[in-house]
Design a binder for this molecule. Sequence first.
Ligand code: ZN
Length: 205
Amino acid sequence: MLDELKANNRAWAARKIASDPSFFRRLVAQQAPKYLWIGCADSRVPANEIVGLDPGELFVHRNVANLAPPQDANYLSVLQFAVDVLKIQHIIVVGHYGCGGVAAAVDGRRRGLVDHWLHPIRETYRAHKAELEAIPVLQTRLNRLCELNVISQVRNVAADVFVQTAWDRGQELAVHGWVYSLENGLVTDLNIRISNPDELAALQV
Ligand code: ZN
């Protein structure tokens, strides 16, 4: 099985060079992506492929259920490097409908460590209990929770000290929220664009 992957790799690198002989030389010289993608680790949500971007064009952080917890050193390291060094202009939090992490957060089963990781989603559920429990179909309710989770993570990112400091020094930086559909491959823009503290203060949820 791994031999197949290595063969795929050689074919991919050869195709890249055939269509653009200086492709890898350029990448070695510089990494200058304009976007940071914070998405779910789910194998069906391949960041670059979904938005048609090449290596070098998208800085990517993925974890279970696309969370941006303000205590997570991994996420914070990515965020600081993206904002302070790469001068990323857009941070996109991308959830997806049918997210197993979101479903697991609220199904009442105990799984161990991941229950701690998913805790912020239970908090979001609690904050929107009335709205969510008025939705009769479970999958529809969970999909709404996927959206609310994205909005909550957008708030975390925009409220972070690295982002706030970037705005203070006049750096152009916007935080967005999207949800990807596994069923048709399309992204839904939740129409959130936070590019300054006033827009953050006005964000509902
Ligand atoms: Zn997921």
